[in-house]
Design a protein around this ligand. Structure first.
Ligand SMILES: NC(=O)c1ccc[n+]([C@@H]2O[C@H](COP(=O)([O-])OP(=O)(O)OC[C@H]3O[C@@H](n4cnc5c(N)ncnc54)[C@H](O)[C@@H]3O)[C@@H](O)[C@H]2O)c1
Ligand SMILES: [Zn+2]
Length: 365
């Protein structure tokens, strides 16, 4: 693979590329005591990613002195209970204020681990080593950490940046294809809110991890991280332009929350893909997005994402969930919409009838 890339974020760096043996031990050695380092994994990343992480240490003894903290996999465990179990683990091991937590996993591990680290003894450092496409292009950067509350997405959390982020596309080789496709929704979102030309480029990208070289994954990840980083650096606390990253998420989060408690949960990215179709529709009706552009992007999304049957009888519950969205003001449901591909418009308040029509539009495709 070509040279690794270093992207400067707010007060930390994001390294992208094939990680070399020793890269992590060198970084940790310069700042921390190995016996005060902890690695957070879930059951899948323990099996598939921990052996590779070990390769990033030159000295096996140092790796073995680090504590492994394991949590169950999946959005259903992005909860305060899981945070408590991590805190308990750290305190039982007597982790100090100078400790560091390495989050090795997808968006759930990064979000939960970052939050647990940010409150343990009023805050310890954490390092993100994201292992899903979604976490590599989105969740591992930007400093939003937190958990869901009774299924309400990301209701509890803080802004706290990681100390450093190491992104190696090679982790993707063990990821299930449906997870890769789900993560790609955030890549598409980045293109839709920021760059029409990039959209053309990513449409040519083959989503089969095996068929596509690590080099081309690296290029996709770099571009997405650059887009997100540019936005969050400008507006770290989401007072303005950062809201553009919520495109597809007002409806997406509501669907993700609704289906989380059912036998047919939606992955975060799958929910966002449906949300983007609905919000492209709203953009065409309310903010001037051309009908041709809308249909073109929606048919691209429909070709990638399996159709999900949405029930008319559940619309009220979806909408109730949208009223709980953190972006809302004065009881009105807040959207980020597009005026054109690559041109987002924040703080668009949309009435219930239009939201129902957007859901109808998705069902009609
Ligand atoms: N903080 C942010 O800015 C931000 C941004 C976007 C999304 N998110 C959050 O991210 C979460 C979704 O993240 P996700 O899609 O990565 O889900 P996830 O963390 O649940 O990971 C998906 C699945 O893949 C498994 N897995 C992870 N890496 C693997 C690998 N290399 N090989 C095999 N299996 C592997 C996991 O165990 C899990 O079962 C949501 O909670 C979402 O809200 C946060
Ligand atoms: Zn998202």
């Amino acid at each position: 693979m070509s040279e690794n890339i270093e992207i400067k974020a707010d007060n930390y760096s994001v390294h992208i590329g094939g990680l070399k043996a020793g890269v992590l031990s060198d970084f940790i050695h310069s700042k921390y005591d190995f016996s005060d380092c902890y690695i957070l994994v879930d059951e899948n990343t323990k099996e598939h990613c921990l052996p590779k992480l070990r390769d990033l240490f030159t000295d096996d003894g140092a790796f073995d002195r680090m504590g492994i903290v394991e949590i169950p996999a999946g959005e259903g465990h992005k909860t305060l209970e899981t945070v408590t179990s991590i805190e308990r683990h750290l305190s039982t091991r007597n982790a100090s204020r100078g400790a560091v937590l390495i989050n090795l996993g997808g968006g759930v591990v990064c979000d939960v681990g970052g939050f647990a680290a940010s409150i343990y003894k009023r805050g310890i450092d954490f390092i993100n080593v994201p292992t899903t496409l979604l976490a590599q292009v989105d969740a591992s950067i930007g400093g939003k950490v937190g958990v869901d509350l009774d299924g309400l997405k990301n209701y509890l959390g803080v802004f706290k940046n990681p100390t450093v982020v190491y992104i190696d596309p090679a982790f993707l080789t063990t990821l299930e294809q449906k997870e890769v496709i789900a993560g790609y929704a955030e890549v598409i979102k980045h293109a839709l809110i920021a760059d029409n030309e990039y959209l053309g480029h990513i449409r040519e990208h083959d989503l089969d991890v095996g068929a596509q070289s690590m080099e081309s994954w690296k290029a996709i990840i770099e571009q997405s991280v650059n887009i997100k980083n540019r936005i969050v650096t400008e507006d770290p606390k989401e007072e303005g332009v950062r809201k553009t990253l919520n495109f597809g998420h007002t409806i997406g989060h509501a669907l993700e929350s609704f289906y989380l408690g059912t036998d047919t949960p939606l992955l975060h990215g799958e929910a966002v893909a449906i949300g983007m179709v609905c919000e492209l529709y709203l953009s065409s009706v309310l903010t001037g997005l051309g009908g041709e552009a809308r249909d073109d992007v929606c048919s691209y999304l429909s070709a990638i994402y399996q159709k999900r049957k949405l029930d008319l009888s559940s619309y009220n519950e979806y909408i109730t969930s949208m009223y709980a969205d953190k972006k809302n003001r004065d009881g009105k449901i807040n959207f980020t919409l597009l005026t054109a591909i690559g041109s987002p418009l924040i703080d668009q308040y949309v009435d219930e009838e239009s939201i129902r029509q957007a859901l109808d539009y998705y069902r009609s495709l």
